[in-house]
Design a protein around this ligand. Structure first.
Ligand SMILES: *Cc1c(COP(=O)(O)O)cnc(C)c1O
Length: 374
């Protein structure tokens, strides 16, 4: 049996007719940028996240840049963010003119903590961008408390966490604003690029609405210097359809994750340097965008999985400062980010996996880890 890392055709195939109907409706209406589908999706997604509003934009990267810009972050400011995120997080911060300051995440949760943020505070610190990496919320209570104490803006990078909760609150409902991506592979993905800023602050929502459309308050009247970063109507129409099924999809992801966790726990691998994703707990309900395992024997394990027909990937093979483009950001040592980059690998986890595939993956991963690590 071969198990692809991800198969987006299956996602469409399960609701092909509904997709076709939606697209036909958009074509029939003849509005391809903006219009009622965009507003309907923005309203639906904002209320899903428990926020006051949402503004659709062209990508998750733009969502982060525009949210920070609308919150007043720019040149001369420092923005603290984890060193083990993916490049768009930092690219988005730099696009505001601000300087990213990288800190290490917690080794076991792989997300930002208040302590690591505190270690990097300085006179120029203006904002914190925690990343809900792999679908797990960062320590938001701690980060928000620190942010309040130092009057910092907090913008969540929630690109991997549509629907994740912590203490009963959903990702996107914690900070001053949150950035989501609807890139096709995300938990809520379109048929192309897309993103949204979600916020409880009307000033930020209004700011992003201006910035995404040439700074225009009304047609041909620009009041700030903006750009073009709009969410296409066709994407909004498809995302509205997909949003209806997001909870069901996330539940399936959790069921698969819990099956994997149980299968892997049986081998007692944690005593052998293997670390697994956090389980669902009473307070934290992750959405398992990715199922990421760490082991020093990564290459051996991945080789063995390949022989069993299982595709695995590495998220991410370099910490940010290990990219040539961002070496200049490696001002302080980031041992946790670097060690994660050397030891993480991701196994297939998506709602459309069959039970047989899930069992095959669990078995192959357990035995590969057991023989490589014991
Ligand atoms: C996908 C992703 C982004 C960027 O989103 P795009 O829509 O691709 O621009 C940013 N941050 C994280 C953590 C992501 O996973």
């Amino acid at each position: 049996m071969t198990v692809p890392f991800l198969d987006l055709r299956r996602r469409i195939a399960s609701r092909e007719e509904e997709h076709d109907l939606r697209i036909a409706e958009v074509i029939e209406a003849g509005v391809f940028v903006g219009g009622p589908w965009v507003e309907r999706f923005e309203d639906g997604f904002a209320s899903y996240c428990g926020a006051a509003g949402a503004v659709g934009v062209a990508s998750g990267t733009d969502a982060l840049t525009l949210a920070l810009t609308a919150a007043g972050v720019g040149r001369g400011d420092e923005v603290i963010t984890p060193g083990n995120t993916c490049v768009p997080t930092v690219a988005a911060v730099e696009a505001t003119g601000a300087t990213p300051v990288l800190v290490d995440p917690d080794r076991s949760t792989r997300t930002l903590t208040a302590d690591s943020v505190a270690s990097a505070l300085g006179p120029a610190t203006r904002a914190i961008v925690p990343v809900h990496l792999y679908g797990h919320c960062a320590d938001m209570p701690g980060i928000l408390a620190l942010g309040r104490e130092h009057e910092l803006i907090v913008v969540e990078d929630a690109a991997q966490a549509h629907g994740a909760t912590l203490g009963g609150l959903r990702a996107g409902g914690f900070g001053d604003a949150a950035a989501f991506s609807f890139y096709p592979t995300k938990n809520l993905g379109g048929l192309g690029d897309g993103g949204a800023v979600v916020s409880t602050r009307q000033d930020i929502l209004e700011g992003v609405r201006l910035l995404r459309n040439y700074g225009e308050r009304e047609r041909y009247l620009s009041v700030v210097s903006g750009r073009n970063s709009r969410l296409d109507t066709i994407q909004a129409a498809i995302l509205s359809l997909r949003l209806e099924k997001l909870d069901e999809d996330n539940n399936r992801r959790r069921a698969i994750a819990s099956y994997y966790l149980e299968a892997l726990d049986r081998w007692g691998l944690s005593d052998h340097g293997v670390s697994l994703p956090q389980p669902v707990t009473e307070s934290a309900c992750p959405v398992y965008h990715l199922f990421v395992v760490t082991t020093e024997a990564r290459e051996t394990v991945r080789e063995s999985l390949k022989k069993d027909g299982i595709e695995s990937l590495v998220h991410y093979p370099r910490a940010i400062h290990q990219h040539p483009a961002y070496a200049r950001l490696g001002r302080q040592p980031l041992p946790v980010s670097e060690s994660l980059a050397e030891s993480v690998f991701s196994i297939p986890l998506y709602p459309e996996l069959s039970d047989a595939e899930v069992e095959h993956v669990a078995e192959a991963v357990s035995s590969a880890l057991a023989s490589a690590c014991r």
